[in-house]
Design a protein around this ligand. Structure first.
Ligand SMILES: Cc1cc2nc3c(=O)[nH]c(=O)nc-3n(C[C@H](O)[C@H](O)[C@H](O)COP(=O)(O)O)c2cc1C
Length: 150
């Protein structure tokens, strides 16, 4: 059997809202045959983790209408391996108290430098995701997983 495709879900979360969204996306990925998922906090990710993945979901809470510093630091680390990430599918997600779309847009601008294959729409949620929002995140996780198989 062919090796499974791998998706890395990387996130920054202080109080758990974004973590819940990350878990829902990972659940969606897990529902697709032939694709495995690793879910990690941004600060625990090494460039090698990203290089060996076939697709990504990056998420953050809004911090001053921007992504969390932890995630930006990861992107700065990944810049030197960006050619190994080019063309791979990427889904973005964010939570905030009104600033979730701004956080998502800040990630969009930075990740755009990596020339990804975008999986859109990104998932932007106010505060803790409810059941409907979690279901949407699961669906987007599935869409991401289907994309890495193509
Ligand atoms: C330092 C800090 C700055 C924040 N700045 C914003 C902001 O500019 N806009 C916003 O909508 N929410 C802001 N928030 C609120 C969080 O983004 C929001 O509560 C989010 O859902 C928390 O996600 P988490 O539980 O994954 O940490 C801020 C929170 C912190 C801790």
């Amino acid at each position: 059997m062919a090796n499974k495709k791998k998706i890395l879900v990387a996130y920054a979360s202080r109080t758990g809202n974004t973590e819940k969204l990350a878990e829902a996306i990972a659940e969606g990925v897990n529902g697709v045959e032939g694709v495995s998922v690793t879910i990690k906090r941004a600060r625990d990710i090494k460039p090698g983790d990203a290089v060996s993945a076939d697709g990504y979901a990056f998420g953050s809470h809004s911090a001053f209408e921007y992504m969390a510093g932890e995630l930006k630091t990861l992107f700065e680390e990944l810049y030197r391996v960006r050619d190994k990430m080019t063309g791979k599918p990427v889904l973005l997600f964010a939570t905030g108290h009104g600033g979730q779309v701004a956080a998502l847009e800040s990630m969009d601008r930075v990740v755009g430098v990596f020339n990804p294959r975008w999986i859109k729409p990104g998932v932007a949620v106010e505060a803790m995701p409810d059941e409907t929002e979690k279901a949407r995140a699961v669906e987007m996780g599935k869409k991401l997983a289907e994309a890495v198989k193509k």
